[in-house]
Ligand binder design. Structure first.
Ligand code: ASC
Length: 151
């Protein structure tokens, strides 16, 4: 009984220590998850870009909806870059994600911060406000891709 109790305790402690690993059944799922969330995010970010760059007419409601989706999605990929998800050949994520993890984490936090500001800007309901923050937000996507994603 004691052994079972300590095994249960050990399992729950390791789940707390490694929440990312516990979230996915296998490494392939983590890779698919982070790629999928990034892809959906890029689709909604692209709709904001089309407005910011004048390719489609500004629509305040659509801008606010897309920016809210992007902000929610911006929080999701990171838990899927856990230990053991460095799958060579199956991902564009560079080894630097794990070797230089503090820098990667910093880049992810910078991105989330700028995306949160983009959501605030979009809610203001003007094209000027959207334009003023869109480039800053996109810059953090690119900055991280330059350092942590293979071409
Ligand atoms: C996108 C997308 C990215 C970023 C980046 C911004 O829409 O898919 O990766 O914007 O290109 O510089």
């Amino acid at each position: 009984m004691k052994v079972v109790a300590s095994l249960v305790l050990a399992a729950s402690l390791s789940a707390v220590a490694f929440p990312a690993a516990a979230q996915f059944a296998k490494a392939e799922d983590a890779v698919k998850y982070r790629q999928s969330t990034m892809f959906v995010m890029s689709q909604h970010f692209g709709r904001l870009g089309a407005m910011a760059n004048g390719r489609v007419a500004f629509d305040a409601k659509a801008a606010a909806e897309n920016a809210a989706i992007v902000e929610t999605l911006s929080k999701l990929p990171w838990a899927a870059f856990g230990p053991g998800t460095d799958m060579e050949g199956n991902t564009k994520a560079l080894p630097a994600v794990w070797k230089d993890n503090a820098k990667f984490k910093e880049a992810s936090e910078k991105m989330m911060g700028e995306i949160a500001k983009l959501n605030t800007a979009a809610k203001a309901g003007t094209l000027d406000a959207l334009k003023a923050q869109f480039g800053n937000a996109g810059g953090t996507c690119k900055g991280c891709h330059d350092n942590f994603r293979a071409k």
